[in-house]
Design a protein around this ligand. Structure first.
Ligand SMILES: NC(=O)c1ccc[n+]([C@@H]2O[C@H](COP(=O)([O-])OP(=O)(O)OC[C@H]3O[C@@H](n4cnc5c(N)ncnc54)[C@H](O)[C@@H]3O)[C@@H](O)[C@H]2O)c1
Length: 378
């Protein structure tokens, strides 16, 4: 007999909640049983589509379904994270595992409390940091594990929305974004920081410059949409992140590219789901000889195309990974894209803001809670 499926309830049924609902419906490890939204009609519509129960609040959903295993929090709120705390805390208090959308919260104190409560309750808290649940990211992680990258020297990451003055439609009018200068910083940087940390480990130093192009300033748009961030990793490697929200187009690698350079080889991922390029470092045969203006030559790069172009596949992949980890009862500290991992991204985000507010000063992000491994667990 196969493994029992996990009973799932979703909170917040707008664009993203409905996307999660389809993923759970298509996944054999999940059984979607209930949905809720404070705007009840939104829950009703999704419930009807999937043949599940509908509620107007998290409390009602929890009370009616004491056997729920997982609560999937797809609410938005201020800076797309203001309404994550309450439903997450309620679900964890009720003893449920939680998958929460990113950013874990728009408030660092709340995020720390969420991670602490999950640990206290001994429940899984995962975050939908979906961008590294892809074929190219898996292959890149394998290159690192196989020692083909070697000591990491640098990480260059660009992620954002392509655009320019011609596609600018004025300040965002949506209530989650309107009047929040840090909307892009808080709502979006969860993703690129999670990628850099996934491949290169913890970040210990951050310096940031944030700005707005002239066309935003002319429209009195408060959003600090241009984010230029320099960092250093605990490993000693250095890194650079450029993110923007439709202010310029992006050349090489499209809307999403990462390059991690190591002493033995360098990999590049283009367009998130699409392409991996591995460039081995030259041996003595390709060594540089500056005296002869010879810059050195590396062996031929190896390029792998996944054949995938649809970013939305990352939702199903990431949700499946969470369902797998819960089904397999993995040790809590081995949960992929955990609440603690999401907290790391948010600590870097708050360090970014602090640096910007202090004219680009060097900031050390707050240390993460220790990874408390249960006794006897490897
Ligand atoms: N991982 C990704 O690639 C990705 C992409 C886009 C958006 N997101 C994230 O997804 C989340 C949701 O985005 P959205 O655009 O669907 O948000 P939204 O704000 O449009 O919708 C949220 C819904 O949640 C409901 N809600 C809020 N608080 C609630 C509560 N306590 N109980 C019940 N219902 C509640 C609201 O009524 C609304 O219908 C955001 O956090 C956003 O950052 C993630």
């Amino acid at each position: 007999m196969g493994k029992m499926s996990l009973k799932v309830g979703i909170v917040g049924l707008r664009g993203i909640g409905n996307q999660h609902a389809s993923c759970h419906m298509a996944d054999e490890l999940a059984e979607l049983v209930a949905v809720c939204d404070v705007v009840k009609e939104r829950a009703d519509e999704a419930a009807e589509k999937h043949g599940v129960q509908s509620y107007g609040s998290v409390q009602e959903m929890l009370a009616a379904h004491p056997d729920l295993d997982i609560v999937d929090v797809c609410t938005g709120g201020d800076e797309n994270g203001g309404w994550h705390y309450q439903p997450t805390m309620e679900a964890l208090t009720a003893g449920k595992h939680v998958l929460v959308e990113k950013p874990i919260s728009n408030d660092i104190t709340e995020a720390r409390e969420m991670v602490a409560l999950a640990q206290k309750q001994d429940r899984y808290l995962g975050c939908n940091l979906n961008h590294f649940f892809t074929e190219p990211a898996d292959e890149a992680a394998q290159l690192i594990a196989d020692g083909k990258v070697g000591e990491q020297i640098y990480c260059l990451h660009r992620m954002g929305f392509v655009g320019g003055e011609g596609s600018y439609g004025g300040p965002m009018g949506n209530a989650n974004a309107k009047d929040f200068p840090y909307f892009h910083v808080k709502a979006f940087l969860a993703h690129p920081f999670s990628i850099m940390r996934h491949f290169c480990g913890d970040i210990t130093h951050i310096q940031a410059f944030l700005s707005r192009p002239g066309f935003r300033q002319a429209a009195s748009d408060p959003m600090l949409s241009v984010n230029s961030i320099h960092c250093r990793f605990a490993s000693g490697a250095v890194g650079y992140l450029f993110s923007q929200r439709g202010d310029a187009t992006m050349g090489y690698g499209g809307w999403w590219s990462v390059e991690v350079g190591g002493a033995r080889g360098t990999f590049i991922i283009e367009n998130c789901v699409e392409k991996l390029i591995f460039q081995p470092a030259p041996g003595m045969g390709g060594a540089a000889d500056p005296a002869k203006l010879n810059l050195g030559e590396a062996p031929k790069a190896v390029e792998t195309n996944s054949g995938e172009t649809d970013f939305n596949v990352t939702f199903g992949h990431r949700i499946h990974a969470f369902l797998e980890d819960v089904t397999n009862d993995v040790p809590k500290h081995k949960l992929r894209a955990s609440g603690r991992d999401a907290l790391a991204s948010l600590e870097y985000t708050f360090a970014t803001i602090e640096s910007y507010e202090n004219d680009g000063a060097l900031v050390h992000p707050n240390a993460l809670p220790s990874l408390e491994r249960a006794p006897g667990v490897e």
